[in-house]
Design a binder for this molecule. Structure first.
Ligand code: PXP
Length: 263
Protein backbone atom coordinates (compact mmCIF):
# COMPACT_ATOMS: atom_id res chain seq x y z
CA UNK A 1 0.00 0.00 0.00
CA UNK A 2 1.44 3.36 -0.88
CA UNK A 3 0.65 7.02 -0.29
CA UNK A 4 -1.78 8.28 2.22
CA UNK A 5 -3.53 5.76 4.46
CA UNK A 6 -7.13 6.26 5.37
CA UNK A 7 -7.45 9.10 7.84
CA UNK A 8 -6.01 12.56 8.06
CA UNK A 9 -2.72 13.53 6.41
CA UNK A 10 0.00 15.66 8.01
CA UNK A 11 -1.55 18.86 6.63
CA UNK A 12 -4.96 18.03 8.14
CA UNK A 13 -3.40 17.22 11.50
CA UNK A 14 -1.34 20.43 11.54
CA UNK A 15 -4.40 22.49 10.69
CA UNK A 16 -6.22 20.88 13.58
CA UNK A 17 -3.58 21.50 16.21
CA UNK A 18 -2.43 24.94 15.07
CA UNK A 19 -4.75 27.83 15.89
CA UNK A 20 -5.74 29.99 12.92
CA UNK A 21 -3.18 32.65 11.99
CA UNK A 22 -3.87 36.29 12.79
CA UNK A 23 -3.49 38.75 9.93
CA UNK A 24 -3.90 42.27 11.27
CA UNK A 25 -5.83 44.64 9.04
CA UNK A 26 -4.00 47.95 9.54
CA UNK A 27 -6.40 50.15 7.50
CA UNK A 28 -7.72 51.65 10.71
CA UNK A 29 -4.34 53.10 11.62
CA UNK A 30 -4.28 54.78 8.22
CA UNK A 31 -7.81 56.12 8.77
CA UNK A 32 -6.61 58.04 11.82
CA UNK A 33 -3.70 59.48 9.84
CA UNK A 34 -5.84 60.49 6.87
CA UNK A 35 -8.38 62.15 9.11
CA UNK A 36 -5.87 64.94 9.85
CA UNK A 37 -3.61 64.63 6.84
CA UNK A 38 -0.62 64.03 9.11
CA UNK A 39 2.30 61.64 8.65
CA UNK A 40 1.32 59.73 11.77
CA UNK A 41 0.26 57.22 12.88
CA UNK A 42 2.05 55.23 10.19
CA UNK A 43 0.39 51.90 9.30
CA UNK A 44 3.78 50.59 8.17
CA UNK A 45 5.23 51.18 11.65
CA UNK A 46 2.09 49.65 13.18
CA UNK A 47 2.55 46.57 11.00
CA UNK A 48 6.09 46.11 12.35
CA UNK A 49 4.79 46.27 15.93
CA UNK A 50 1.97 43.79 15.16
CA UNK A 51 4.40 41.29 13.68
CA UNK A 52 6.81 41.72 16.58
CA UNK A 53 3.91 40.96 18.92
CA UNK A 54 3.20 37.70 17.08
CA UNK A 55 0.79 38.47 14.22
CA UNK A 56 1.47 36.06 11.39
CA UNK A 57 0.55 38.54 8.67
CA UNK A 58 -0.69 41.97 7.66
CA UNK A 59 -3.75 42.85 5.60
CA UNK A 60 -4.25 46.21 3.90
CA UNK A 61 -7.14 47.33 1.72
CA UNK A 62 -6.15 49.76 -1.00
CA UNK A 63 -9.51 51.29 -1.84
CA UNK A 64 -10.24 53.01 -5.14
CA UNK A 65 -10.94 56.27 -3.27
CA UNK A 66 -7.71 55.92 -1.19
CA UNK A 67 -9.63 56.90 1.91
CA UNK A 68 -7.20 55.16 4.26
CA UNK A 69 -4.36 53.05 2.87
CA UNK A 70 -2.25 54.89 0.27
CA UNK A 71 -0.14 53.56 -2.61
CA UNK A 72 2.99 54.43 -0.62
CA UNK A 73 1.76 52.23 2.24
CA UNK A 74 1.30 49.10 0.17
CA UNK A 75 4.66 49.59 -1.53
CA UNK A 76 6.42 49.87 1.83
CA UNK A 77 4.41 47.03 3.36
CA UNK A 78 5.45 44.76 0.52
CA UNK A 79 9.07 45.50 1.41
CA UNK A 80 8.77 45.36 5.19
CA UNK A 81 6.19 42.70 6.12
CA UNK A 82 8.07 39.60 7.16
CA UNK A 83 5.13 37.21 7.39
CA UNK A 84 2.20 37.10 4.99
CA UNK A 85 1.16 40.25 3.14
CA UNK A 86 -2.48 40.14 2.04
CA UNK A 87 -3.58 42.91 -0.32
CA UNK A 88 -7.31 43.52 -0.19
CA UNK A 89 -8.76 45.15 -3.27
CA UNK A 90 -11.70 45.49 -5.61
CA UNK A 91 -11.66 43.50 -8.86
CA UNK A 92 -10.78 46.43 -11.16
CA UNK A 93 -8.19 46.96 -13.90
CA UNK A 94 -6.33 49.55 -11.81
CA UNK A 95 -6.06 47.26 -8.78
CA UNK A 96 -5.07 44.30 -10.94
CA UNK A 97 -2.17 46.34 -12.36
CA UNK A 98 -1.05 47.37 -8.86
CA UNK A 99 -1.32 43.79 -7.55
CA UNK A 100 0.78 42.46 -10.43
CA UNK A 101 3.45 45.08 -9.71
CA UNK A 102 3.45 44.51 -5.95
CA UNK A 103 3.09 40.74 -5.94
CA UNK A 104 1.60 40.34 -2.46
CA UNK A 105 1.53 36.85 -0.95
CA UNK A 106 -2.11 36.81 -1.92
CA UNK A 107 -4.92 39.13 -2.92
CA UNK A 108 -8.33 39.18 -1.28
CA UNK A 109 -10.97 40.43 -3.67
CA UNK A 110 -13.79 42.36 -2.05
CA UNK A 111 -16.84 44.26 -3.27
CA UNK A 112 -16.41 48.02 -2.95
CA UNK A 113 -19.02 50.75 -2.88
CA UNK A 114 -18.05 54.39 -2.55
CA UNK A 115 -20.73 55.32 -0.03
CA UNK A 116 -20.11 52.44 2.39
CA UNK A 117 -18.30 52.94 5.69
CA UNK A 118 -16.61 49.54 5.38
CA UNK A 119 -17.05 46.44 3.21
CA UNK A 120 -20.72 45.62 3.63
CA UNK A 121 -21.41 42.25 2.06
CA UNK A 122 -19.63 39.40 0.33
CA UNK A 123 -18.81 39.31 -3.38
CA UNK A 124 -21.38 38.45 -6.04
CA UNK A 125 -19.63 35.35 -7.36
CA UNK A 126 -20.94 34.85 -10.89
CA UNK A 127 -18.93 33.52 -13.80
CA UNK A 128 -18.16 35.38 -17.01
CA UNK A 129 -17.51 38.88 -15.63
CA UNK A 130 -14.70 41.10 -14.39
CA UNK A 131 -14.30 39.14 -11.17
CA UNK A 132 -13.55 35.93 -13.03
CA UNK A 133 -11.13 37.71 -15.36
CA UNK A 134 -9.21 39.21 -12.41
CA UNK A 135 -9.11 35.84 -10.58
CA UNK A 136 -7.84 34.08 -13.70
CA UNK A 137 -5.15 36.71 -14.43
CA UNK A 138 -3.86 36.75 -10.85
CA UNK A 139 -3.66 32.97 -10.79
CA UNK A 140 -1.93 32.80 -14.16
CA UNK A 141 0.59 35.31 -12.84
CA UNK A 142 1.20 33.19 -9.74
CA UNK A 143 -0.58 35.41 -7.19
CA UNK A 144 -2.88 33.54 -4.79
CA UNK A 145 -6.51 34.66 -4.68
CA UNK A 146 -8.99 34.75 -1.84
CA UNK A 147 -12.63 35.73 -2.36
CA UNK A 148 -14.49 37.50 0.45
CA UNK A 149 -17.90 35.88 0.43
CA UNK A 150 -21.11 35.55 2.38
CA UNK A 151 -21.14 32.31 4.42
CA UNK A 152 -23.23 30.16 2.08
CA UNK A 153 -22.21 26.71 0.80
CA UNK A 154 -23.49 27.55 -2.69
CA UNK A 155 -21.25 30.65 -2.87
CA UNK A 156 -18.29 28.61 -1.60
CA UNK A 157 -18.86 26.19 -4.46
CA UNK A 158 -19.05 28.99 -7.03
CA UNK A 159 -15.81 30.49 -5.65
CA UNK A 160 -14.08 27.14 -6.06
CA UNK A 161 -15.35 26.79 -9.63
CA UNK A 162 -14.07 30.27 -10.43
CA UNK A 163 -10.56 29.20 -9.44
CA UNK A 164 -10.10 30.85 -6.03
CA UNK A 165 -7.68 28.96 -3.81
CA UNK A 166 -9.05 30.54 -0.64
CA UNK A 167 -12.36 31.91 0.58
CA UNK A 168 -12.74 34.38 3.42
CA UNK A 169 -16.09 34.04 5.13
CA UNK A 170 -17.82 37.29 6.07
CA UNK A 171 -18.28 37.21 9.85
CA UNK A 172 -20.03 40.59 10.05
CA UNK A 173 -23.54 39.10 10.27
CA UNK A 174 -22.45 37.00 13.25
CA UNK A 175 -20.75 39.98 14.91
CA UNK A 176 -23.75 42.27 14.37
CA UNK A 177 -26.06 39.87 16.25
CA UNK A 178 -26.36 40.46 20.01
CA UNK A 179 -23.90 38.22 21.91
CA UNK A 180 -25.35 34.81 22.85
CA UNK A 181 -28.66 35.60 21.09
CA UNK A 182 -30.55 33.06 18.92
CA UNK A 183 -29.56 35.18 15.92
CA UNK A 184 -25.86 34.88 16.84
CA UNK A 185 -26.31 31.08 17.08
CA UNK A 186 -28.03 31.06 13.68
CA UNK A 187 -25.23 33.09 12.10
CA UNK A 188 -22.60 30.86 13.67
CA UNK A 189 -24.33 27.78 12.26
CA UNK A 190 -24.29 29.48 8.83
CA UNK A 191 -20.53 30.02 9.17
CA UNK A 192 -20.03 26.40 10.23
CA UNK A 193 -21.94 25.06 7.21
CA UNK A 194 -19.94 27.28 4.84
CA UNK A 195 -16.67 26.25 6.54
CA UNK A 196 -17.50 22.57 6.07
CA UNK A 197 -18.31 23.25 2.42
CA UNK A 198 -14.92 24.96 1.96
CA UNK A 199 -13.22 21.89 3.46
CA UNK A 200 -15.14 19.59 1.11
CA UNK A 201 -14.16 21.73 -1.88
CA UNK A 202 -10.48 21.63 -0.87
CA UNK A 203 -10.33 25.41 -0.39
CA UNK A 204 -8.15 27.20 2.12
CA UNK A 205 -10.36 28.97 4.61
CA UNK A 206 -10.20 32.41 6.20
CA UNK A 207 -12.74 34.53 8.02
CA UNK A 208 -13.10 38.10 9.11
CA UNK A 209 -15.00 41.33 9.54
CA UNK A 210 -16.25 42.84 12.79
CA UNK A 211 -14.39 40.39 15.05
CA UNK A 212 -12.83 41.40 18.35
CA UNK A 213 -11.41 39.96 21.54
CA UNK A 214 -14.81 38.88 22.83
CA UNK A 215 -16.42 37.55 19.62
CA UNK A 216 -13.50 35.73 18.01
CA UNK A 217 -13.55 32.47 20.04
CA UNK A 218 -16.43 30.60 18.37
CA UNK A 219 -15.21 31.71 14.92
CA UNK A 220 -11.68 30.47 15.67
CA UNK A 221 -13.26 27.06 16.30
CA UNK A 222 -14.71 26.80 12.77
CA UNK A 223 -13.66 23.58 11.03
CA UNK A 224 -10.81 23.99 8.48
CA UNK A 225 -10.17 27.62 9.45
CA UNK A 226 -6.58 28.70 8.76
CA UNK A 227 -6.55 32.48 9.07
CA UNK A 228 -8.41 35.43 10.52
CA UNK A 229 -8.32 39.03 9.25
CA UNK A 230 -9.03 41.41 12.11
CA UNK A 231 -8.66 45.18 12.18
CA UNK A 232 -11.12 47.56 13.77
CA UNK A 233 -11.72 45.70 17.02
CA UNK A 234 -7.99 45.16 17.49
CA UNK A 235 -6.95 48.75 16.75
CA UNK A 236 -9.78 50.07 18.95
CA UNK A 237 -8.53 47.95 21.83
CA UNK A 238 -4.94 49.01 21.13
CA UNK A 239 -5.95 52.62 21.85
CA UNK A 240 -6.63 51.47 25.41
CA UNK A 241 -3.99 48.82 26.06
CA UNK A 242 -1.34 49.33 23.36
CA UNK A 243 -0.81 47.47 20.09
CA UNK A 244 1.50 44.81 21.48
CA UNK A 245 -0.87 43.87 24.32
CA UNK A 246 -3.87 43.89 21.96
CA UNK A 247 -2.18 41.49 19.51
CA UNK A 248 -0.96 39.16 22.27
CA UNK A 249 -4.41 39.02 23.89
CA UNK A 250 -6.20 38.51 20.59
CA UNK A 251 -3.91 35.63 19.63
CA UNK A 252 -4.56 34.07 23.03
CA UNK A 253 -8.34 34.40 22.48
CA UNK A 254 -7.97 32.78 19.05
CA UNK A 255 -5.95 29.90 20.50
CA UNK A 256 -8.49 29.39 23.30
CA UNK A 257 -11.37 29.38 20.82
CA UNK A 258 -9.57 27.01 18.46
CA UNK A 259 -8.89 24.53 21.26
CA UNK A 260 -12.63 23.82 21.27
CA UNK A 261 -12.43 22.65 17.63
CA UNK A 262 -13.93 19.27 16.96
CA UNK A 263 -11.80 16.21 16.21
N1 PXP B 1 -11.85 41.07 5.87
C1 PXP B 1 -12.28 41.88 4.87
C2 PXP B 1 -12.47 41.30 3.52
C3 PXP B 1 -12.52 43.25 5.12
O1 PXP B 1 -12.94 44.04 4.11
C4 PXP B 1 -12.28 43.76 6.40
C5 PXP B 1 -12.47 45.22 6.66
O2 PXP B 1 -11.59 45.97 5.92
C6 PXP B 1 -11.83 42.88 7.39
C7 PXP B 1 -11.65 41.53 7.11
C8 PXP B 1 -11.53 43.33 8.78
O3 PXP B 1 -12.70 43.80 9.35
P1 PXP B 1 -12.62 44.59 10.71
O4 PXP B 1 -11.84 45.82 10.48
O5 PXP B 1 -14.06 44.84 11.05
O6 PXP B 1 -11.95 43.68 11.71
Amino acid sequence: MSGRLNGPGAGDILRRVMPPRLYVNIDHVATLRQQRGTRYPDPVAAAVLCEQAGAEGITAHLREDRRHIQDRDVRLLRQTVRGVFNLEMAATEEMLRIALELRPDFCTLVPEKRAERTTEGGLEVASGGTLERVVTTLRQEGVGVSLFIDPEPAVVERAQKMGAGTVELHTGYYCDAPARSPEAARQLARLQAAARAAGEQGLRLGAGHGLDQSSVGPVAALPHLEELNIGHGLVARAVMVGLERAVIDLRAAIAAGASAREG
